[in-house]
Design a protein around this ligand. Structure first.
Ligand code: NAD
Length: 483
């Protein structure tokens, strides 16, 4: 493995990956992979997680095509660098920021979006001019195998390697020296990654998870309510069966609104998934996670709070969309990330109490809030902290390339998507060039009263005073003698 990483470093040092034409060619190769192998990708996703092909296209194939095209369209602009204005103290100096590739990077990904979570960061790494190893998840073996087999045929195999394996392989990879590690997964493993990276002072991006709350302010029975319900359910059961880092983890609603909300949610589930949700929702990834999720319902006091669903089939790894009202707050369903199709509703006296509820828990990757009250929106914005905050919809922030995607606090740090991905794998180097004349003599010793006065004026941006002192028209104070 070390040899493979060394080869990637040699290739990076040879300079090929810095060429704009090379980078574009690789991005085009990636696009070709996604387009040409669409059917294989959809099949792999069906095998690994039982994703419906339409959902799989929306969340993986379509999103990747869009994002690679965005990178191709904007790549020249991203690479061109930025001119920077300087203060007069740096008179006759020009400055710009030049993006240089970080080097050899490691991308460790999760199984719930096995193509997107491996290839989205790769788009940024390639655009930035890096070489990369992708370590996809062992929990989505069909998708990982497809990536390992096909990527070398579409993208320069000397620059991008897909290394399959589980914890052991990941552990070995983490022993190597990288220029950046981009990790998507749990906060538990995130800590292991960060500790390993610290040994080589390697910067890391940690795309982690957590519990994403969704506040539902007043619910009326207008036609708009139907849209709210669709968007809310879409952000839970309509995407990988709730096995999503930015999926709705639980709802906060006023007690008096709760029964109305439950009825609307039940009707919404029946409308979109019908009597046989197995057909439209992804399955649970494996038996371990299936038992973890059904086990959450077994904890004391939790099953009694189920108001809808609760049916499951171990052979099919299927769990019915399930709604719970006020499960015990100290039960695991409310203390840990659910990552599955169980949706607790927590009732509060006043909707404003949801702010304290959220703030008494670790910072979320996303907060959602359905409200038409602008004052409440402002309060949520200024009084809570989360990776992203979305009003009146769910998940959409993931697809918006002009906003960064990433966490804060326990939900991780670092960001990507669009230009942010390019920046994540680049070092923005400050490049300055100065004329040799004029030279500000008062920067250098021997120190005098006059030089101190000139420095005082220059650091205060009082350039007229600089002139007066320089011409002897303003008297210089004495250097303090008691120092
Ligand atoms: P995980 O942390 O178990 O695994 C992620 C990756 O780490 C895998 O490639 C796995 O092989 C590797 N790994 C696992 N254990 C390891 C160990 N002990 N040492 C070294 N490497 C190890 O997470 P997961 O089950 O794949 O994903 C679920 C978690 O990921 C959830 O918490 C979810 O919220 C989070 N997630 C976050 C995002 C995001 O974009 N922020 C996206 C998807 C998933």
């Amino acid at each position: 493995m070390e040899r493979e990483v060394e080869e990637l470093r040699e290739y990076f040092c040879a300079g090929k990956t810095r060429e704009a034409s090379w980078r574009k060619q690789q991005l085009k190769g990636l696009l070709k992979f996604v387009k040409e192998r669409e059917e294989d990708i959809l099949k792999a996703l069906k095998l690994d997680i039982g994703k419906h092909p339409v959902e799989a296209f929306r969340d993986e194939v379509g999103t990747l095509i869009k994002d690679i095209n965005i990178a191709l369209d904007n790549f020249d602009k991203w690479m061109s660098g930025k001119k920077i204005k300087l203060p007069l103290a740096a008179y006759r100096t020009s400055a710009k920021l030049v993006a240089e590739p970080l080097g050899v990077v490691l991308i460790i990904s999760s199984w719930n979006f096995p193509f997107g979570l491996a290839l989205e960061p790769l788009i940024g790494a390639i655009a930035a001019g890096c070489t990369a190893v992708i370590k996809p998840s062992e929990l989505s073996p069909a998708s990982s195998a497809l990536l390992a087999k096909a990527i070398p045929a579409y993208v320069d195999p000397e620059a991008v390697k897909v290394i399959q394996g589980g914890i052991d392989v990941c552990g070995q990879l983490l022993l190597c020296k990288w220029d950046k590690i981009f990790f998507t997964g749990s906060s538990l493993v995130g800590r292991i990654v960060m500790a390993a990276a610290a040994k080589h002072l390697t910067p890391v991006v940690l795309e982690l998870g957590g519990k994403c709350p969704c506040i539902v302010d007043s619910i009326s029975n207008s036609w708009l309510t139907e849209i709210i319900i669709k968007r809310l359910l879409g952000g839970k059961f309509g995407i990988c069966s709730g096995q999503v880092c930015i999926g709705v983890d639980y709802i906060l609603v006023e007690r008096k609104q709760c029964s109305n909300l439950v009825e609307l949610l039940k009707a919404g589930i029946k409308r979109s998934l019908g009597e046989y949700p197995e057909e439209f929702v992804a399955r649970i990834v494996n038996i371990h996670h299936f038992r973890r999720l059904t086990g959450l319902l077994d904890e004391f006091g939790v099953k009694q709070s189920v108001v809808y669903g609760g049916r499951f089939d171990e052979n099919k790894l299927f769990i019915e969309p399930t709604i719970l009202v006020d499960p015990p707050l100290d039960a695991e369903i409310m203390t840990g990330e659910i990552f599955g199709p169980l949706l607790p509703i927590i009732t509060v006296d006043k909707i404003e109490d949801s702010i304290n509820f959220i703030n008494s828990r670790p910072k979320a990757l996303a907060i959602y809030c359905f409200t038409s009250n602008n004052k409440f929106m402002q309060r949520i914005t200024s009084e809570t902290s989360s990776g992203s905050l979305m009003f009146n919809d769910t998940i959409v922030q993931y697809a918006a390339d002009t906003v960064p995607f990433g966490g804060v606090g326990e939900s991780g740090f670092g960001r990507y998507h669009g230009k942010f991905s390019f920046d994540t794998f680049s070092h923005e180097k400050a490049v300055l060039k100065r004329a040799l004349f004029p030279d500000f003599w008062f920067r250098y010793p021997p120190w005098t009263n006059k030089k101190l006065e000139l420095l005082r004026a220059a650091f205060a941006f009082k350039y007229f005073n600089v002139l007066l002192v320089a011409l002897g028209m303003k008297k210089a104070k004495k250097i303090p003698t008691n120092i």
